[in-house]
Design a protein around this ligand. Structure first.
Ligand SMILES: Cc1ncc(COP(=O)(O)O)c(C=O)c1O
Length: 374
């Protein structure tokens, strides 16, 4: 099997799985219980919070566990906008954000917020000038993702942060780092979302970093866990796994990026071996390559590759269940989305796997093109 769908999710690391199994068997007490067993569970959460925070380069006291990247994004966008709504009702994002951010902004629109959606160029980048114009004194929040999940295009968050703060020091910047964490050094921002299952950790757990002094309204109500921001009995086993996965993922970032870069470069060779193959979005992150094979529907190619043991995606797995799917690729270049296929990598992938994929594409794409009207 060749698994090139790591942006959808990753295989759980063996050591992480064992740690979780041990936790499931031996550490079942509620972390809020006042007895010694409960204290042991609470200690495990504290340790994991330290591991994830260290991997993100932030302080543990500012990190809140959530049920994943989606909840971290919902809380960051809606919770922050609501917390500052007396200061201003203008918020800014881009047209290429993940549905968990995009739909949060749509919800804010329904609540009466003035939402600015910044367009992107064919590489998937916003214009800093447009951003500067969009941020005024009433703007309380900007949310821009670090690495795009469909194309791998990266926003220059460091520059964006400076631009926003120069225009309005009170405006907060949130960045969805779900596809950046464990792959790139995380940028400075007021709020940062990450998810465990993209870094060989378990599904259903993520975290939100909230900078010192930044106010965020809680969207859930209950027992006061996670300082009331995310009440509910903690996903103890998930958090334990996330902690170790974060440690492992964030070691040797440069070495892993080089290895993955070689896999991507090998696969990119297909663009010079086959006619009418286009790269969608800027070639920013080595972890994602989005290609359109003209004349072949992405979904048809996906299944043809699957028959050869190669697993890819046609876009974001998170939006494949949405009624009205909008492909980010179509926003960059009209008409490319239909034939788009996303290859996404992890450090376990090899250049040999990419070579094999090129071989399969060379025989499969021309065959499929014969059967599909151009
Ligand atoms: C950029 C981005 N943000 C957020 C999410 C949602 O994360 P989760 O699946 O943990 O809810 C994803 C998942 O695909 C993603 O790629």
């Amino acid at each position: 099997m060749i698994y090139f769908d790591n942006a959808s999710t990753t295989a759980v690391n063996g050591e992480v799985a064992e740690l979780m199994y041990d936790g499931l068997k031996n550490m079942f007490a509620n972390p809020s219980s006042l007895h010694g067993l409960g204290f042991k569970s609470e200690q495990a959460i504290t340790a994991a919070r330290g591991q994830v925070a260290a991997a993100m380069g932030v302080e543990a006291k500012n990190l809140y566990f959530t049920s994943g990247g989606t909840e971290a994004n919902n809380t960051a966008v809606i919770g922050t906008a609501l917390a500052y709504k007396n200061r201003g009702m203008r918020v800014v994002t881009s047209v290429t954000e993940h549905p968990s951010v995009a739909d949060s902004f749509r919800h804010l629109e329904e609540l009466g917020f003035d939402v600015v959606y910044l367009p992107v160029d064919s590489g998937g980048h916003i214009s800093l000038e447009m951003l500067e114009n969009a941020v005024d004194k009433q703007t309380t929040l900007v949310s821009l993702m670090c690495v795009n999940n469909e194309t791998g295009a990266m926003h220059d968050i460091a520059h964006i942060y400076k631009t926003i703060k120069l225009k309005n020091p009170d405006c907060k910047l949130h960045t969805d780092c779900v596809q950046a964490f464990g792959k790139h050094i995380l940028p400075t921002a007021d709020l940062i979302s990450v998810s465990s299952h993209k870094i060989h950790g378990p599904k259903g757990v993520g975290a939100l970093y909230i900078g010192q002094g930044v106010r965020v309204n809680n969207l859930h109500f209950g027992g006061g866990q996670e300082k009331g921001l995310r009440p509910g009995t903690e996903n103890l086993t998930g958090v334990i796994g996330f902690g170790r996965a974060a440690e492992l993922a964030c070691a040797d970032l440069t070495k892993k990026a080089e290895k993955v870069g070689a896999v991507k470069a090998k696969l990119l060779e297909i663009t010079s071996l086959l006619e009418d193959v286009y790269v969608n979005g800027a070639d920013d992150s080595p972890y994602i390559l989005n290609l359109s094979f003209k004349g072949v529907r992405g979904e048809v190619l996906l299944h043809a590759l699957e028959a050869e043991g190669i697993y890819v995606a046609t876009g974001s797995a998170c939006s494949s269940k949405l009624q009205k799917k909008q492909k980010i690729v179509d926003l960059l270049e009209e008409g490319r989305g239909e034939s788009a296929v996303r290859f996404s990598f992890c450090a376990d992938n090899t250049a040999e796997e990419a070579e094999k994929a090129v071989e399969v594409l060379l025989k499969t794409v021309p065959r499929l093109r014969e059967f599909q009207p151009r």
